[in-house]
Design a protein around this ligand. Structure first.
Ligand code: PMP
Length: 359
């Protein structure tokens, strides 16, 4: 029996995608092979990768002067790969610190350049996005880095920063494809696939063409965006099966009506949960309402001694992976694109019942 899986990642995938992958497991489209067994240079896999890229470009309306790279190393890998590819000839990079993932990014970047923390939300426990008017940006910086959805803290940008001529670089690991984004406002968008796109192992990088000549000479070829772009992301063997599943997820998203359509569902799903939290005297979420994540909803019980009982009861009701990240404790419901409204409704029903009984 399938459960409602609220994991922050690797996370729930659309059931129809898993069914299709199962049906195609032993023999992909009459090839007599599993996708896992195909050469990445064979015509079958090339067609899978090309279709995945074309569908992603359609979903996000990615302009022609951007490259789409299917790489590896995860978003944590990108924390190093981003500066390596962008700081040649420029000494300083600006970082906006909105939580655990921003902190990790800027700490890693310090190995490659001088990091200026342009703004930080640490003063209020990472419960908001510092407004751009408060950012102390460096003129001529190599780039400005933001994490537009903090998966642990549950803080999401509701605005697109304006950094003028300085390229804006965004870690969108946990909300890419959940809302409409104007790619042209960014120099680089990156993210691990294992939340909203597919299985772990695939890292997506979308990079503007004119930024491909800024890499440090030490940049490893496998992580050198210009070299990978020239090789259609096949300078080394890519994460073929993860690309295939991501491609099926892209097809599913297009069939749902695309990103604008799924965004409406995401607005409704997150509203259901936040409205309940705000009306409850037993559960709470501390994030400034305008900066709350639609994808990751952390919440706390009035009495943390009941956390274990809450989680156990949730499991008995078919809802799993609700425990909050160890860095912050409490609970967290990740409600990515593939989480149906019925899952959020089941969670709210259970919370209401728990509050009535134990509140
Ligand atoms: N950035 C964000 C926003 C994330 O949510 C995560 C994973 N939870 C990471 C970076 C790290 O990704 P990975 O483990 O794929 O390197």
């Amino acid at each position: 029996m399938r459960v409602f899986n609220f994991s922050a990642g690797p996370a729930v995938l659309p059931e129809v995608v898993l069914q299709r992958a199962a049906a195609e497991m032993l023999d992909w489209h009459g090839s007599g092979m599993s996708v896992m067994e195909m050469s990445h240079r064979g015509k079958e896999f090339i067609s899978i990768a090309e279709r995945a890229e074309a569908d992603l470009r359609a979903l996000l309306a990615i302009p022609k002067h951007y490259k789409v790279l299917f790489l590896q190393g995860g978003a944590i890998g990108e924390n190093a790969i981003v500066p390596m590819n962008l700081v040649n000839g420029r000494a300083v990079a600006d970082y906006v610190d909105t939580g655990e993932w921003s902190k990790k990014s800027l700490k890693e970047a310090r190995k490659y350049c001088t990091v200026n923390v342009a703004a930080s939300a640490s003063d209020r426990g990472y419960t908001y996005v510092p407004p751009q008017s408060s950012w102390q940006l460096t003129p001529g910086a190599a780039y400005v880095h933001v994490c537009t959805n903090e998966t642990i803290g549950g803080v999401e940008y509701g605005f697109t920063p304006d950094t003028g001529d300085v390229p804006l670089v965004a870690d969108m690991s946990s909300h890419l494809l959940s809302r409409v984004v104007d790619v042209a406002k960014y120099g680089v968008i990156y993210g691990g696939a294992q939340k909203n796109m597919g299985p772990a192992g695939l890292t997506l990088v979308i990079v503007r063409d004119d930024l491909l000549d800024r890499a440090l000479p030490i940049t490893p070829s496998a992580f050198h965006w210009q070299e990978q772009a020239a090789a259609d992301s096949m300078l080394n063997t890519p994460a073929t099966y993860s690309i295939y599943i991501a491609g099926l997820v892209f097809e599913w998203l297009l069939a749902q009506g695309g990103v604008a359509a799924i965004e409406r569902v995401n607005v409704a799903k997150s509203k259901l949960l936040y409205d309940y939290l705000d009306g409850s005297s037993f559960f709470r979420n501390d994030v400034l309402p305008q900066d709350r994540s639609r994808m990751n909803v952390p919440f706390k019980l009035a009495d943390p001694a009941l956390d274990g009982e809450f989680l156990k009861g949730a499991e008995q009701h078919g809802m799993v992976q609700l425990k909050g990240h160890r860095a912050v404790g409490g609970m967290r419901a990740s409600i990515y694109n593939a989480m149906p409204m019925a899952g959020v409704q089941a969670l709210v029903d259970y919370m209401r019942e728990f509050e009535r009984r134990r509140g």
